[in-house]
Structure formats: C-alpha cells, structure tokens
Design a protein around this ligand. Sequence first.
Ligand code: MN
Length: 261
Amino acid sequence: MEKPVIGITPEVSVATTHVGPTERLQLNLDYTAAVSAAGGLPLVLPPDLEPPHALAAIDGLLLTGGGDIDPARYGAPTVHPETYGVSSTRDSFEIALIQHAIALDLPILAICRGLQVLNVALGGTLIQHIPDAIPQALNHRQHELGIPVDQPAHPIRVVPDTLLARILGTPSLMVNSYHHQAIDCPAPGLVITAYAPDGVIEAAELPSATFVVAVQWHPERLFRSHPTHHALFTALVQAAQRSRTHRHAALARTEKAGPRS
Ligand code: MN
C-alpha cells in the first residue's frame, strides 16, 4: 500500500545573504521525522503553490510552528511590541490552504502557530502576548526557565468526549511550551479541547470536519520518547490514509461511469 502524503507548510523568512535579502523556506526536521515515523510521506509545500494544486498532491496537511500572524488578519487595531516574525507570504498561503482543505474535508494536524492560523483562517482572534493579557499566566516559554524544548514543562487538562481525548487516551498530559500567543476568541465551529492550569487554550478541533486537530504545544519534539505525543501523528496519517482511499474510490467510480460528453 502506498504511503499517504502529508503536506507540510514551512516557515517563510527573509534571509540576509551575501547578495542581499532573499526570501527562504525553513523547516525543522522534527516535523518530517514525526510524519515518517508515523508511516506518512512528508512533502514540503512552498507558498507559491495554488492551494487546489497543493491539495491535489496530498492526503493530509500538517501546519507547523513559526512566527506570529499579522494581527490585521484578525482585526486587531494595534500590533503588540512583542509580535514578531510576521510573513505576509506565509499568512496568505496558509489561510487559503486551510480554507480549501476544510472545504475538501482533508485531514489537518495543526501545531503551535498552526493552531493559531487555523483559528484566524476560520474567523477567530488571538491574544498577542500572553503575559499582558493574563497577568497570572504560567511562563509558556519554557526555554526561559532552562527546560529543554524536548521535555514537557506544564500540564494540560483535556476536554472529555473530544477527538483529542480519544487520540491521547488520557484526561491530562504534560506538554512542552514555547509560545507567547494563544487563541482569544475561538472561530465559529471550533471547539476548545485542552487548557493549561492558567486557562490558556492549548488545543482545539473542528467537529464538523472528519479530522481537524490543533495543539498549542510541540509533539514533534516529544514523539521519540513519548508515545502519547507520537499518537497525534499516527492519527493524522491514519486519517490521511482513509481520506486517500475514499478519494481514489470516488475517482474510480467516476472513471467507470465513462467519459463525460
Ligand atoms: Mn503552553
């Protein structure tokens, strides 16, 4: 059986090179390693692809971490001084890709910025800087506490009877954390599926879709040593495999029906 293809969105940044500023892709190999370990075939999606062409080539979508989303995308009147790393190229590509993928019911796993851009693409808003919005918040940047990012740092409570709860198989879990933004207003239809002890939203999903799961932490840094986090990638790849089978069956039925006049 052919492996399901998982499209992965890389970071887009402007690098200073010896010939001047150059727009470039960057992707931590933990993402491709996690997809490969789960049985998927990772395929990096450059932002100049038209979303329908990108989606025709893949069976599932992995939205990765990175810089902040332009606050204008969710109607914020000001840009917080701590907001950083905005790429209009990446924002535009990912928002269009998400909207097309959901219209096709393509499986999506969204990580960190991925959760945030999913929320924005569907009409939600973000907290631009957690310490200003929630004064009693935990420090969600564990590297500032000296905790390596491949180790869990704070607990989360998983909402029962959700897809996330079924995938993880546990009502609470330790996660890693290196984000300074979070979901503020969830988008219409998006359901919150996990919280940190300070109330910060740590996961969300879209029950109207077959498989749209979003987490604020980084399972790609934990999957090697923590089977519970590996389960997120296995669930994505299995959902992509089912989606692939359905789509190929539908295509075969169309071809059997003969050429259209
Ligand atoms: Mn966190």
